[in-house]
Design a protein around this ligand. Structure first.
Ligand SMILES: *Cc1c(COP(=O)(O)O)cnc(C)c1O
Length: 387
């Protein structure tokens, strides 16, 4: 905790209402309940804010990558079911039991260790078994799937509540691999049927899957009549683009984050005057330059220099010269900026809007990396009510 209040004008405004509404829109589009993914500090929006808003918006589950992330939620009194998306190290098992988390399982050694720990406490822990249908990251490969199911069925400390997989190319609607992954998932469910195993939840789709692959959402649920689909939605909950081909705005999702600052210094410079590190830009004509106290240490990509725009006075202004750690420069031409004028780096000002996808394109990356790269020193201010 800093000994002084937030004094700089730079802040990320997080609209809890937008997060809540996005959950509702994703659920409606998918025809399924939403497990809101709030890993990586809620994709940079604040995990607790995101979790509370998503639950208010109707999410039935939350998901995180780490036990440590779940602990933050439990600590503030979040009691909703929390899915761990990957197996943690064995040392985390007592903690995940203490925190009443629902682990994703796939490795025989982890299943055995979790079963032993649960039985030692006289408990049964609900687990979701993960089949790797082609993501190639974590999950039991198809050849190990029958043995994993047998191990879970034989473990008195475990109860199979869900079965899941993860799509590698859901954001490319025409990628043929998605159909192949779904076929492998269907084959995996046949192994459950053969054993009389009846988990109540099946989840395959991330945001892109939920929005554009209804088949992924319902994935072979046909095979298990008592199971309901769930979608694990992250990026769309925040109103951000899952990928170039699947755009949040086309599905009625609203960006939940506005990055706001204010002009800290202004000056008129002569044509030809170079500015910032490396003198990579010089004024084309005489005109006004505004300094804004936000930089790459806050998560503004350095690549935005010469390629990005920010809003000042309701208009787009080019980010000129090299973006520095703590400050960047906006070219205003003949318009005279004033110290303290509001600057919107991301989001809406008047009629104008800058989308996080623009930053991602300028930096040669994806919205996920931009959002999770917003720095810890940027205050997150919650605006809007989740209802
Ligand atoms: C991060 C993650 C998600 C969420 O994906 P989005 O594209 O952000 O919706 C879903 N499932 C798993 C396994 C993940 O790791």
């Amino acid at each position: 905790m800093s000994p002084v209040p937030d004094l700089r004008p730079t802040r990320a405004e997080v609209d809890a209402g937008a997060i809540a509404r996005n959950v509702g829109r994703i659920a409606a589009a998918a025809g399924a309940d939403v497990c809101a993914v709030v890993k990586a500090d809620g994709y940079g929006h604040g995990a607790v804010t995101a979790a509370r808003a998503a639950l208010a918006g109707g999410a039935t589950w939350l998901a995180v990558a780490l036990v440590e992330e779940a602990a933050v939620l439990r600590d503030v009194g979040v009691t909703a079911p929390v899915l761990l998306l990957s197996e943690p190290t064995p040392a985390a098992i007592p903690h995940l039991l203490d925190l009443d988390l629902t682990p994703t399982v796939y490795a025989p050694a982890f299943v055995a260790a979790l079963d032993a720990a649960a039985r030692a406490r006289g408990r049964r822990v609900a687990v979701h078994a993960k089949l790797d249908t082609g993501m190639g990251r974590v999950g039991a490969p198809p050849e190990d799937w029958p043995a994993l199911l047998d191990a879970i069925a034989a473990a008195p400390g475990l109860a199979l509540e869900g079965v899941e997989t993860h799509l590698a190319r859901a954001d490319e609607p025409s990628a043929p691999t998605t159909g192949a992954q779904l076929a492998r998932f269907a084959a995996g469910l046949a192994e459950l049927r053969a054993r009389g195993l009846a988990p109540r939840l099946l989840h395959v789709a991330n945001t892109a899957g939920a929005l554009v692959h209804g088949d992924a959402v319902r994935a072979a649920g046909a095979g298990l009549p008592d199971a309901a689909p769930l979608v694990r939605a992250g990026i769309g909950v925040y109103g951000l683009d899952p990928g170039g081909e699947v755009r949040a705005v086309d599905h009625g999702l609203e960006p939940a984050l506005r990055l706001v600052s204010a002009v800290s210094f202004v000056k008129r410079i002569a044509a030809g005057t170079p500015v910032s590190y490396g003198h990579r830009w010089a004024a084309p004509v005489d005109g006004w330059l505004a300094t804004v106290p936000v930089g790459y240490a806050d998560g503004v990509p350095r690549a935005l220099g010469g390629h990005g725009e920010a809003l000042l006075g309701g208009r787009r202004r080019p980010v000129v010269g090299t973006v520095t750690m703590d400050q960047l420069l906006l070219w205003c031409g003949d318009d005279v900026p004033d110290v303290d004028d509001e600057v919107v780096l991301l989001g809406t000002q008047g009629e104008a809007h800058v989308a996080m996808g623009e930053w991602a394109a300028a930096a040669g990356t994806i919205t996920y990396e931009v959002a999770t790269g917003l720095g810890p020193r940027l205050p997150r201010v919650v605006v809007g009510a989740a209802g």
